[in-house]
Design a protein around this ligand. Structure first.
Ligand SMILES: [Zn+2]
Ligand SMILES: [Zn+2]
Length: 281
């Protein structure tokens, strides 16, 4: 009886008959003569004796499966990397969300407080302005000698009138009010309180300021220790002090230029013209 044809060898395309030494691939299920696939006879014998736990794979499938294995390994590596990246992203997203929440909270707090803050600032500005305006008409004179007894208001009036006519060249100053500021100094202290002067009109006031520099220039010497200034608010005094420090620095840094304070700013004056000791009006 002729041997039974099992299949066709996938390598030589010839019949695989029952007494041929041939193997079927456990992946593609195709038959191969062991000669065609170069399987040693010893291996073939071993496989024949073994159970199904040992599988044979043709060369074609072996190559493909190795490629697949490599690809799978590569995919695993990539997947691991992607998973790590996803964890990182999730963490930064969480961090972002926390930040957004805190910014949100700050914003809503600001929104809540802003109208109050703005109105407080505005009323502060209005208060400052009205305080400045209230003092606008005042003139502060320092260094007027003070008597320890008697009618000082009368003496102060006479002194200021004398000061105006003798040292400033202003006759008929129209005085409205004279007030000594603060507590009376102790007897024998030699200190004099500031005098607040209110004049009847702006012209008299401007005249006083315009001529105040003459006090330092007077040849008479009687009024050299007298100074005239504006009645500044606490805030203006602070600004003024800061400006004086800045002015000192400018004079030190640029000694050959002519610096002065004008309208709450440091300005450079021309070399000639207004004397540098002329007060800020
Ligand atoms: Zn063959
Ligand atoms: Zn195969």
């Amino acid at each position: 009886m002729a041997p039974k044809v099992k299949d066709i060898c996938n390598n030589c395309n010839k019949d695989v008959v029952s007494n041929d030494r041939a193997l079927s691939c456990s992946i593609c299920d195709k038959w191969f003569h062991i000669k065609c696939e170069r399987v040693p006879v010893a291996d073939y014998d071993f496989l024949q004796k073994s159970d199904d736990s040992i599988q044979w794979v043709c060369k074609g499938c072996k190559g493909a499966s190795q490629k697949i294995c490599k690809m799978l390994t590569l995919m695993h590596t990539r997947q691991d990397k992607i998973e790590t990246e996803v964890v990182g992203l999730a963490n930064s997203l969480k961090h972002c969300n926390e930040k957004i929440n805190s910014v949100d909270k700050n914003l809503s707090q600001l929104n809540e407080n802003l109208p109050k803050m703005v109105s407080q600032q505005i009323s502060q500005i209005i208060d400052d302005k009205s305080e400045e305006e209230k003092r606008e008409a005042n003139i502060i004179i320092f260094g007027i000698p003070e008597t320890e007894e008697g009618d000082s208001k009368m003496k102060d009036t006479e002194f200021i009138q004398g000061l105006c006519s003798d040292s400033l060249g202003i006759d008929n100053i129209a005085i409205d009010e004279i007030t000594r500021l603060g507590a009376k100094p102790k007897k024998g202290s030699g200190k004099f309180r500031l005098t607040r002067l209110v004049v009847k009109d702006n012209t008299s006031r401007n005249n006083l300021f315009r001529n105040a520099y003459k006090l330092k220039d007077t040849k008479i010497g009687a009024h050299k220790k007298i100074g005239i200034g504006r009645d500044l608010t606490k805030k203006q005094r602070e600004i003024n002090n800061a400006l004086r420090i800045e002015l000192g620095q400018m004079k030190k840094d640029f000694p050959h230029r002519n610096w002065a304070i004008r309208r709450e700013k440091i300005v450079e004056l021309p070399k000639s013209g207004i004397p540098p000791w002329a007060p800020d009006t």
